[in-house]
Write a protein that binds this ligand. Structure first.
Ligand code: SF4
Length: 136
């Protein structure tokens, strides 16, 4: 698999072998990882769309059950216009691989992304205003 590390491949294999999914803490133990390393690994797999993470309560504690994300073997053709997001700061961000919800680099708290979104919103509002005034 391209773009997948040996560690990620090992985790995917263990998740695949579990019939009903695997608790993320069990995965860490099986892979001999601490919670920080294990958490990062799982988040990377989720971000890549390879693993689904479902919150569950086990022995009164909240944790996550991991299962392989369903993939389709049918080729899918989708036309996407990405011109409006080509200048998003994430495309050149050195922290992209570590960025995610509740990580140190979190898109919800990122000033670069916030600034970019505000500029886009302002530009869109100006376009609408121009379109509105010219159609009068
Ligand atoms: S949200 Fe911010 S920190 Fe995360 S990848 Fe984008 S620019 Fe980088």
């Amino acid at each position: 698999m391209a773009g997948i590390s040996e560690l990620e491949k090992k985790a995917l294999k263990l998740i695949e072998e579990s019939s009903d999914g695997i608790l993320q803490s069990d995965l860490w133990k099986m892979m001999n990882l601490d919670s920080r390393e294990g958490s990062r690994l799982v988040l990377r797999l989720v971000k890549k769309g390879l693993v689904k993470r479902e919150q569950v309560i086990v022995n009164g504690r909240r944790t996550y059950r991991l299962t392989l994300a369903k993939t389709t073997s049918e080729p899918v053709s989708v036309k996407i216009d990405i011109s409006s997001i080509l200048d998003i700061p994430c495309t050149t961000c050195p922290f992209i691989n570590d960025c995610g919800p509740r990580n140190f680099h979190d898109p919800r708290l990122c000033p670069l992304l916030d600034r970019w979104l505000r500029a886009k919103t302002r530009a869109r509002a100006q376009e609408r205003e121009i379109s509105r005034t010219t159609s009068m």
